[in-house]
Design a protein around this ligand. Structure first.
Ligand SMILES: Cc1cc2nc3c(=O)[nH]c(=O)nc-3n(C[C@H](O)[C@H](O)[C@H](O)COP(=O)(O)OP(=O)(O)OC[C@H]3O[C@@H](n4cnc5c(N)ncnc54)[C@H](O)[C@@H]3O)c2cc1C
Length: 299
C-alpha cells in the first residue's frame, strides 16, 4: 500500500493525466455528455455519469458538486441511455451526514420526476451502514434509486436480507477499497466466487442486479446464472468502467440483448481528476500497473 502511494504521488500530475485519460471522459459536463452520446450511438452502450470528486470537507464545494449533478440531469432528460452515480463523501457526508442526506434526496427527487436512474456508490467501510440505511429509507419514495454492494465484505450476505421487500436496484461488484481480513475476503478469487453466490441471492429475492466486473470468466459465469435462473433481460444488466478494454465482450452482451452500461467519470477541473486517479492508484493495483506499463512503454 505504501509503495503504491509513493508511486502514485511520485508521478507528475501531467503524466497521470496523459496515461489515465482513457478512464475519464474529460474536464467538463459537455465532454461527459459527448462520451455518453458516442457510446450509445456507435455501440449501443448505456452509461452512468459520475462527477469526479470524493470526501469534500466544505459546504461550498459540496454545493457546487451537487449543482453540476442537477445540470447533468437536465441534459439527461434527452438521453434515456444514461443515468447518474454519486458518492456520499462527495455529497457532503464529511461536512454533515444530514446535509448529505438532504442533497441525495434532492437529486433523487429530481431524478424520479425525470425518470432517470441514480445510483449511490459504495465507498469505504466507514460509510457502509450509513449508505445502506439512507438507501433503505429513500428507495420506497424514489424507485429510480440504486446502490452498490461489495462482494469482498463478509457482511454483504446479511445486508441483502435487510433489503427484503424493497425491490432494490443493486450494482454488485467486488469493491475497490482495501479492507482488512477481519471484515473481508482478501483473495480476488474468493471475492468473485462470493459475487456469484450473492448474485443468486439477489435474484432469488427479486432485486434488479447489475453485474459490475471486467473479468471475462466471471462475466460468463454470471451470465450462465442469470440464464439458468431465467432472469428477464429487463431485470439485470452488466456494467464496466470507461477505459477498460473489453469491447468484444461488451458487444457480445449487447448482441445477446443485455443492457451493457459504462461508468463514465468526468471532471469539472483536471486537478480533481488527477486527485481521483492518484487515489485509485493507491487503492487498486490494476490502475497503478496500467499507468506504470504505459510509462515504461513511452520512455
Ligand atoms: C460500473 C462500475 C461501478 C463501480 N462502482 C463501485 C463502487 O461503487 N464501489 C466500489 O467499491 N467499487 C466499485 N467498482 C469497482 C469494482 O468494485 C472493482 O474494484 C473493479 O471493477 C475491478 O474488479 P473486477 O471485478 O473487474 O476484477 P479485477 O480482477 O480487478 O479485474 C479484472 C481485469 O479487468 C481489468 N481491469 C479491471 N479494473 C481495471 C482498471 N481500473 N483499469 C484497467 N484495467 C482494469 C484488468 O485487466 C483485470 O485483470 C465499480 C466497478 C464498475 C465496473
Amino acid at each position: 500500500m505504501s509503495f503504491r502511494k509513493a508511486v502514485a504521488n511520485a508521478i507528475p500530475g501531467r503524466l497521470v493525466r496523459v496515461f489515465a485519460a482513457p478512464y475519464v471522459a474529460g474536464d467538463s459536463l459537455e465532454k461527459g455528455l459527448a462520451a455518453t452520446d458516442k457510446l450509445y450511438q456507435e455501440r449501443r452502450l448505456m452509461s452512468t455519469l459520475d462527477v469526479l470528486g470524493e470526501a469534500e470537507k466544505t459546504k461550498d464545494k459540496v454545493t457546487k458538486a451537487v449543482e453540476v449533478y442537477h445540470r447533468a440531469l437536465e441534459a439527461l432528460k434527452e438521453r434515456p441511455y444514461s443515468t447518474l452515480s454519486i458518492k456520499p463523501g462527495h455529497f457532503g457526508y464529511y461536512v454533515d451526514p444530514d446535509f448529505c442526506y438532504a442533497n441525495i434526496e434532492g437529486l433523487a427527487k429530481a431524478c424520479q420526476s425525470a425518470g432517470r436512474g441514480l445510483t449511490i456508490d459504495m465507498e469505504d467501510t466507514d460509510l457502509t451502514d450509513w449508505t445502506l440505511a439512507t438507501y433503505k429509507s429513500l428507495k420506497p419514495k424514489y424507485p429510480v434509486l440504486g446502490t452498490v454492494l461489495q462482494s469482498r465484505l463478509y457482511r454483504t450476505e446479511k445486508d441483502i436480507d435487510m433489503l427484503d421487500g424493497l425491490s432494490a436496484h443493486i450494482r454488485l461488484c467486488i469493491g475497490i477499497y482495501n479492507v482488512p481480513r477481519s471484515l473481508a475476503y482478501t483473495r480476488k478469487r474468493d471475492m468473485k466466487e462470493n459475487l456469484l453466490k450473492l448474485l443468486r441471492k439477489l435474484v432469488e429475492r427479486g432485486h434488479y442486479v447489475c453485474v459490475g466486473t471486467h473479468d471475462t470468466d466471471y462475466i460468463a459465469k454470471a451470465r450462465a446464472i442469470l440464464e439458468e435462473m431465467k432472469v428477464p433481460k429487463d431485470r439485470c444488466e452488466f456494467q464496466m468502467l470507461l477505459g477498460v478494454p473489453r469491447d468484444a465482450v461488451q458487444k457480445q452482451l449487447v448482441d445477446a440483448g443485455y443492457t451493457m452500461r459504462l461508468y463514465v467519470p468526468f471532471a469539472e477541473d483536471w486537478d480533481d481528476a488527477i486527485a481521483y486517479l492518484r487515489r485509485r492508484m493507491v487503492e487498486g493495483p490494476s490502475i497503478t500497473a496500467l499507468v506504470l506499463k504505459n510509462l515504461l512503454k513511452r520512455h
